[in-house]
Design a binder for this molecule. Structure first.
Ligand SMILES: Cc1cc2nc3c(=O)[nH]c(=O)nc-3n(C[C@H](O)[C@H](O)[C@H](O)COP(=O)(O)OP(=O)(O)OC[C@H]3O[C@@H](n4cnc5c(N)ncnc54)[C@H](O)[C@@H]3O)c2cc1C
Length: 362
């Protein structure tokens, strides 16, 4: 069976590997000439998710964290012990999967932007000569914001600044900052990589300049002296809800293309990894596609539930009506297993602490 995968980000790469080990003839079309670029991601993903990927990516892990520190506006910070989170080098991660997909005989056409036309239940490739039996849409955010007004409205601009310099913060923890002045409705982050390198950034409705971001982190005392910006990158952060229209007669979509992200943080690696049934490896391409579709459907269902929860977190019910909502959120977390890549544990702890008035996230 001949399969065209549009997009060579993590969704397209991991899908191509999975389909190739199951005997599909896969070709990945990627508009950029180099896999992994342009960079955009912070690279935080739970160790549990990374372990599910059956490709050796261990050397892409830059640091492991077991602690998250949440900083509110002018109040005491809240320290939370979290399941291990890895900070990965995303370029290295994508390159490893790419190499393994090539090993499994996936063909890559780099520098090839593919346009499509949708007619009813089918998608047609417009600028590809060869015939294909099935199409995987892994085009990332562009497809999602084109297809859903709601997703388009919710999107944020994510900016990462890689700083050569020191932080005054605990450098064994990931730090997040809720501050309506700079990141209304979302948060900023500081990820210490080693003694001399820190990644700072945030998700913004109205993106500030890099100088303004630096000033914010300096003014608050989070960076010591004059850290220098050594690299900057970013992109669109999707924030659910996921798009339910994810398949048709000859196509299936995965990843940011259908806003398949953790609604609280916009993290997209976990939902992609959870959707692909890597354990299925029987060489039956048709069966592999059916299992992939089920995997995506199950993940989308979970993300929808998680999205409801995220609305409580992001919609700024803090601190006004919080007391009224705490019992409800607690009840939801007790009765509904959200499988939120361990985020449900984190949210429970956060709610507990808010209830005790230890922290207000905004
Ligand atoms: C600033 C920032 C920080 C983030 N931090 C994290 C994090 O810490 N943890 C986490 O889990 N997630 C994070 N994310 C989200 C994560 O990066 C995305 O969810 C993930 O990249 C989605 O993978 P994807 O393959 O679906 O899409 P993408 O990575 O966007 O890949 C899509 C690919 O398709 C290609 N393409 C698009 N259109 C076409 C076309 N017409 N023809 C051919 N090729 C095409 C693009 O060039 C691209 O390579 C972050 C995102 C941003 C912006």
């Amino acid at each position: 069976m001949k399969i065209a995968i549009i997009g060579g980000g993590p969704a397209g790469l991991l899908t191509s590997y999975y389909l190739a080990i199951n005997g599909c003839e896969t070709t990945v079309f990627e508009e950029h000439t180099r896999i992994g670029y342009p960079k955009h991601c912070t690279g935080l993903v739970t160790a549990r998710s990374i372990a599910k990927v059956p490709i050796h990516t261990k050397e892409c892990i830059e640091k492991m964290f077991g602690k998250l520190i949440i900083h509110g506006q002018g109040r005491e910070a809240l320290e939370i012990i979290i399941p291990t989170v890895a900070k990965i080098d995303r370029v290295c991660f994508e390159e490893k999967i790419y190499a393994e997909a090539v090993n499994q005989k996936t063909r890559f056409r780099l520098g090839a932007r593919i346009d499509t036309e949708r007619k009813g239940d089918e998608i047609k490739l417009l600028n590809v000569i060869e015939d294909v039996d099935f199409i995987i849409d892994a085009r990332g955010f562009e497809a999602a914001i084109k297809n859903s007004e709601k997703v388009n409205k919710n999107k944020l601009v994510g900016i990462n600044l890689f700083i050569k310099g020191k932080t005054s913060m605990d450098d064994n923890a990931i730090h997040v900052f809720f501050d309506n002045k700079i990141t209304p409705g979302f948060f900023a982050w500081l990820v210490p990589i080693n003694e001399h390198e820190v990644l700072i950034g945030g998700g913004f409705k109205n993106p500030p300049t890099q100088e303004e971001i630096m000033r914010y982190f300096h003014r608050k005392g989070f960076l010591i002296n004059h850290g220098q910006i050594a690299d900057k990158y970013g992109g669109v952060i999707m924030r659910g809800p996921p798009i339910s229209d994810f398949h048709g007669k000859n196509w299936l979509a995965i990843g940011d293309a259908i806003s398949m992200v953790k609604p609280i943080t916009g993290g997209g690696l976990y939902p992609i990894i959870s959707s692909i049934p890597f354990k299925y490896n029987n060489g039956n391409c048709y069966e592999a596609l059916i299992r992939l579709k089920t995997g995506i459907r199950n993940t989308l269902e979970k993300l929808r539930k998680q999205y409801l929860l995220s609305k409580f977190i992001h919609k700024r019910i803090f601190p006004y009506a919080l007391d009224a909502f705490i019992p409800l959120i607690k009840m939801v977390l007790e009765v509904v297993y959200l499988d939120y890549d361990e985020h449900d544990k984190l949210v429970s702890q956060l709610i507990e602490n808010i209830a005790k008035r230890n922290v207000y996230p905004a």
